[in-house]
Design a binder for this molecule. Structure first.
Ligand code: SF4
Length: 55
């Protein structure tokens, strides 16, 4: 299962900087490519808006 980013995202970029798989894409809200995510959980731990969870 991959991690997903919900509407609480404030587009700070913290998750993208820490992703070891380069699975996160920048935008108005950031998004995670489920085919690339290795479900390590690093982004969820680092997110200051608590916007990332395992789906
Ligand atoms: Fe990247 Fe890990 Fe978050 Fe997946 S769970 S998007 S691999 S930091």
């Amino acid at each position: 299962m991959a991690y997903v980013i919900n509407d609480n995202c404030v587009a700070c970029g913290t998750c993208q900087a820490g992703c070891p798989a380069d699975a996160i894409t920048e935008g108005d809200k950031y998004s995670i490519d489920p085919d690339v995510c290795i479900s390590c959980g690093t982004c969820a731990e680092n997110c200051p808006a608590d916007a990332i969870y395992e789906d």
